[in-house]
Design a protein around this ligand. Structure first.
Ligand code: ATP
Ligand code: MG
Ligand code: MG
Length: 348
């Protein structure tokens, strides 16, 4: 593989392009926004919409394999591309992870437990489902939600009136409220030959719905970590997956895990791997999609990854002044509230 096409030009695409360059592989980014984070480091950018047929054709013509940095690539576009070029992860992974209902059904069918859930397509559905779940639950849009957007939590006694319309009268899902003890995630990779490698699970803390920190090691038992690895392996083999995946779990007080969601791409809760492992999740993904052997996933240091969101970037000089912190900025000019500007990983 000489050239990899990356659909999406944000920070994840940027870090994939950096990892590819390190392996002597060229990258071409498809992204409508000019001067995007990925275009600053990729060899070339095609400025066009992610689903533009002519742009996708042009991308396929210049690349040996195509991957993506976000899960909202239209499934039809990926399926059409698959007829002419290898697309990794496969379109099936996109289909499942784009829709929280299909995602939960797929996880359950793979033997991985999730929160109980009900499809909600009307106000009446919402009220019936809430009643079934004892008046508590998390209402989410089935598609396009991220960073906690498109969600509403219901506690006992809350008025559900107008709840369906408030989330846009689009297909929704009501999940049972999970009283978890902590949240963890696992980053795993699979090659075409079914070689699977998992990093250690990270413990994640969210702030205002956005990932704030990932800490290694997570406060979990060896059995819980093994449970996460086995769930990842089942999921990847079951989909004939190629590339890196991120799977989020709720950790219950008894040590069992409930899967929350999966992302068919490199994941924010895996950014620590660039600083605390020899092979980062980004290089691992490039290796997997390029047909190269996977690298080691063991961790040489404990660490805490902290996202720099919006104004957090003002503390950059403090982070730089610490001698054991790896700083990674995304090249975004303007710091808006909620915007991911970079991340730092402190090693211990
Ligand atoms: P991401 O940015 O990780 O893609 P998202 O917008 O897709 O986030 P979720 O991961 O589904 O959203 O939910 C965001 C957070 O809300 C979770 O990390 C968890 O803290 C909380 N949460 C979500 N679902 C539930 C649930 N069923 N019960 C309790 N808490 C939940
Ligand atoms: Mg999500
Ligand atoms: Mg999430």
């Amino acid at each position: 593989v000489q050239t990899i096409g990356i659909i999406g030009g944000g920070q994840l695409g940027r870090m994939l392009a950096m990892a590819a360059a390190k392996l002597g592989i060229k990258t071409i980014v498809l992204e409508p926004q000019a001067d995007c984070p990925a275009a600053q480091v990729a060899n070339q950018q095609i400025v066009a919409d992610y689903a533009d047929p002519a742009a996708l054709e042009a991308l396929a013509a210049q690349c040996d394999v195509i991957t993506y940095e976000f899960e909202n690539v239209p499934v039809e576009a990926a399926t059409a591309l698959e007829r002419t070029i290898a697309v990794y992860p496969p379109a099936k992974a996109l289909e499942v992870s784009q829709d929280r209902l299909l995602e939960k059904q797929f996880l359950n069918a793979s033997g991985i437990s999730t929160a109980p859930f009900r499809a909600v397509d009307s106000q009446a559905d919402l009220e019936a489902a809430l009643a079934e779940f004892g008046g508590q639950g998390v209402l989410k849009t089935r598609r396009f939600g991220y960073d906690g957007k498109g969600q509403r939590v219901y506690r006992k006694g809350d008025d559900a009136n107008g709840g369906y319309a408030a989330l846009g009268s689009v297909p929704l899902i009501l999940e049972g409220f999970i009283a978890f003890e902590r949240e963890i995630s696992i980053i795993a990779a699979r090659t075409k030959d079914d070689d699977i490698a998992c990093y250690d699970p990270a413990e994640n803390v969210h702030r205002d719905g956005i990932l704030h920190t990932s800490t290694l090691p997570a406060h979990i038992s060896a059995q819980t970590a093994e449970m996460a690895r086995q769930a990842a392996a089942k999921l990847l083999s079951g989909m004939n997956y190629v590339g890196v995946v991120g799977i989020e779990f709720f950790l219950m007080a008894d040590g069992t895990l409930i899967a929350n969601e999966m992302a068919p791409r490199v994941h924010n809760s895996g950014h620590w791997t660039e600083a605390a492992c020899v092979i980062s999740q980004f290089e691992q993904h490039i290796r997997a999609v390029a047909g190269l052997p996977l690298g080691a996933t063991n961790r040489h240091s404990d660490c805490i990854m902290t996202n720099l969101i919006g104004d957090d970037i003002d503390a950059l000089s403090d982070w730089l002044a610490k001698r054991n912190v790896v700083v990674h900025l995304y090249g975004k000019a303007e710091a808006r509230p909620g915007r991911k500007m970079g991340h730092v990983t402190e090693l211990f």
